[in-house]
Design a protein around this ligand. Structure first.
Ligand SMILES: [Zn+2]
Length: 398
């Protein structure tokens, strides 16, 4: 598979994404309404929908309601045209899924870590066997596979450069999976795929300039500029988790002191809990982050409040730094912690406002992700779809 820098221009890709998403969400829609809702010219809509019709990913449908004159022809997704596979190898488990080309999941399996044998070979074997099973049972054709991974991933070469929580370094994952599955494979960092999912499946798919910040075991970031992911020379652009916000702060996993990740990740919250006295709290030193948020929201627990307040304060610095550095239209927050949005978002937005007067002037919105569960898998589907539009001949979709 070639890189994204092919003949398929950025503008064309963005317009096609826009049209497909509108058709997908509307169920069926006329070309005239697509033009009205997207702001694209009628000629552009006609040209792009012709290509999509020829490709077979959309089809013409029954007649819509007439407004006088000739009844418009409606367009809808031809979702069963081909299927797309996606996989997520995280330090927690391996997930594998298949969706139709309308991005609806039709198959899903996951596996917990393979005890001490959490090797690339074991993970890939699980993915390949799961997909073989799906194909033999359904008789469906899979056009391509998108894989999300934690760590620094060179997406162009298909190599995991460094995945510290898996202990993998310089693994040519794309080549190994392609050999095993015989599918065209696209690999990328998990947080970048979450950001990609936001533009395809989130509430506002027209955002081209936005920053994404994920709070999980670590802190990940991604920045899209004019709809394109910023990657950097070593594929580590927007690693907001390892920007230093306090030179005298706690030690980070990366060896530096005071990284954002050392203040706001799940591990940072747990370390705070270990440090504080829990005698007056419903929490104990073994409570996880879900329990901390739950105690904050449902018990009015003072210790939980103290931890969440710290979380908001440090997170607001990270968000303000993203805004000052990249000038995005929007900062999207996501987290693996249950009800994190309810616990932090309102106060986080207020605190960022107080930190940064500039944000009020450029109307940068700070909001929580609307993609929901399985965001990495959804992003992997979006990435493969983008590659298919870019180079259809290289996929099994032709
Ligand atoms: Zn660090």
């Amino acid at each position: 598979m070639k890189s994204k820098k092919g003949s398929f221009s950025l503008m064309k890709r963005m317009n096609i994404n826009l049209i497909i998403n509108l058709i997908r969400k509307s169920g069926s829609i006329s070309r005239i309404d697509i033009a009205k809702k997207t702001g694209l010219t009628a000629a552009t809509v006609t040209n792009l929908t012709s290509e999509l019709l020829e490709f077979g990913i959309i089809k013409e449908y029954s007649m819509g309601a007439s407004t006088g004159g000739r009844k418009p022809v409606l367009l809808k997704m031809n979702s069963k045209r081909f299927y797309l596979a996606s996989a997520y190898i995280s330090p927690m488990n391996v997930e594998v899924a298949v969706s139709d080309c309308g991005a609806e999941f039709v198959f899903y399996r996951h596996e917990k870590p393979f005890s001490d044998e959490f090797t690339p070979e074991n993970c890939i074997d699980f993915i390949a066997k799961s997909l073989e099973k799906f194909v033999s049972q359904s008789g469906c054709t899979i056009a391509g596979l998108g894989v999300g991974l934690h760590g620094i991933v060179n997406s162009e070469e298909g190599i995991i450069v460094n995945a510290p929580n898996l202990g993998w370094k310089n693994v040519a994952i794309k080549r190994i999976i392609e050999e095993k599955t015989k599918l065209p494979v696209y690999v990328d960092n998990d947080v970048r795929l979450m950001a990609m999912a936001e533009t395809w499946f989130g509430a506002d798919q027209n955002i081209g300039d936005f920053a994404f910040l994920y709070v999980g075991r670590g802190v990940g970031g991604a920045v899209l500029s004019s709809g394109e992911l910023m990657r950097g020379k070593r594929e580590s652009a927007a690693e907001i988790g390892h920007t230093v916000i306090d030179m005298n702060g706690p030690l980070c996993e990366c060896g530096k002191r005071g990284c954002l990740q050392a203040h706001v990740s799940e591990s940072a919250m747990q370390k705070r809990l270990e440090k504080y006295s829990v005698t007056e709290s419903v929490l104990n030193h073994e409570s996880d982050c879900n329990a901390i948020v739950d105690a904050y929201l449902n018990n009015g627990d003072e210790l939980a409040k103290k931890i969440i307040d710290d979380e908001i304060r440090f997170l607001s610095v990270g968000v303000s730094n993203l805004i000052s550095t990249f000038d995005p239209c929007c900062v999207v927050i996501s987290s693996s912690i249950k009800n994190f949005d309810i616990a932090v978002m309102e106060k986080l937005s207020q605190t960022v406002n107080e930190n940064d007067i500039g944000r009020l002037e450029n109307n940068c919105v700070v909001r929580y992700s609307t993609v929901g569960e399985r965001a990495v898998l959804k992003g992997a589907v979006a990435a493969v779809l983008s590659e298919i539009y870019n180079n259809p001949a290289e996929f099994n979709a032709t």
